[in-house]
Ligand binder design. Structure first.
Ligand code: ASP
Length: 351
């Protein structure tokens, strides 16, 4: 009788996924909130509150995860990613570096809202100094919705993180079966499940049916070679983004500068262009020592130095192929190291 009880107990133990095979890789899940942790009033309605569910509940929706990795969870924040702050980025970077330094896990998965996932992925790409896999995921539908995509995305992200070929690729975003470079990935849809793409470079690979396939490699230097580091109390310079549109007034730029911006990214039109009013305001900003980087509001392409705009004369630099929100992340971190324009421009071409 005792033996039967033991078998039943062990069965329950394994089915719950709490027993972990010591040969499996150790994956730490850092939860920050987002729709993947969102709870709605009913499964039929779209309205929901992002970030409401804790990590344990997300994990309990995918017991299969325990067959591919020894998974542990940690709650870093519980916010919709529209409320992700620089302080949360610092907390994540510090904690991930610590996890790998102390050998607490082989890989990290971050659950995160989709709205600012592309900014967090690039920030961490630049500030995590280990080759271990770091994979970010989220969902477009809340956990309580019909056909919620969170459990599948979480399962896929852990599959990617646990796979040896994901090492040394910098921070990855795994979404809707695509694997994207954290530097290049962009949110491309407000509500569709296929919400991410890398418009300039394409996906690195895909995960399907528990199998990971890579088709390309990022050419940008990250991880161990990155010159960017943050601590919890690091003071990160303020960088603002100013959007360009037909007949935009230069006072938007004056305003950001007088409010304390140390750097500005202009979301320019086309090849990072702007009107005469912006040109005059940028001249004044540069005179005050503000670093001004030209990016583009176009969905893809590079911003080219010295094309329609004489950057040397105006004192501007360019974001290369980073969109404005990613160009801001690099300028914030770059300004912690230097205010030398040539060096900052080099960062844009290298990272
Ligand atoms: N607003 C949500 C967030 O970014 C959207 C999502 O997660 O899909 O947290």
């Amino acid at each position: 009788m005792k033996q039967v009880m033991l078998v039943i107990l062990l069965g329950v133990f394994f089915l719950n996924g709490t027993a972990q095979d010591a040969s499996l890789p150790r994956v730490k899940i850092l939860a920050t909130g987002g729709t993947i942790a969102g709870a709605g009033v009913s499964s039929e309605r779209a309205g929901y509150k992002a970030g409401a569910l804790p990590i344990d509940e997300l994990l309990s929706a995918v017991p299969q995860i325990h067959k591919i990795a020894r998974v542990t969870g940690e709650q870093i924040a519980s916010v919709g990613s529209q409320d992700i702050s620089i302080a949360i980025w610092q907390k994540l970077a510090v904690r991930i570096n610590e996890i790998f330094a102390k050998d607490e896990a082989d890989a990290v998965v971050i659950t995160h809202g989709t709205d600012t996932q592309e900014e967090t992925s690039y920030f961490l790409d630049l500030t995590v100094h280990y080759k271990n896999a770091v994979v970010i995921t989220g969902s477009m539908r809340p956990a309580t919705g019909i056909s919620a995509d969170g459990p599948k995305n979480l399962y896929d992200a852990v599959t990617v993180a646990a796979n040896a070929s994901s090492k040394g690729r910098g921070v990855l975003v795994c979404f809707n079966e695509g694997i994207f470079d954290g530097r290049d990935v962009v949110k491309i849809s407000t509500t569709k499940l296929n919400a991410f793409a890398s418009p300039n470079t394409g996906a690195l690979g895909q995960v399907y049916d528990g199998k990971v396939e890579y088709y390309s490699t990022s050419m940008r230097e990250v991880n161990v070679g990155s010159p960017f580091s943050v601590k919890l109390d690091s003071k990160i310079p303020r960088v603002d983004i100013v959007y360009m549109y037909a007949d935009a007034p230069g006072s938007l730029i004056d305003c950001a500068v007088s409010d304390g911006a140390k750097g500005l990214v202009i979301a320019g039109v086309g090849n990072g262009n702007f009107d005469k009013a912006y040109t005059e305001a940028i001249k004044a900003a540069v005179k005050k020592g503000v670093i001004v980087c030209r990016a583009s509001r176009c969905v893809s392409g590079r911003v080219v130095l010295e094309d329609e705009i004489n950057d040397k004369e105006l004192g501007t630099i360019v974001s290369d192929d980073l969109n404005p929100q990613k160009a801001r992340v690099l300028l914030m971190l770059g300004l912690m190291n230097t205010s030398d324009k040539a060096k900052l421009q080099e960062y844009y071409f290298k990272y």
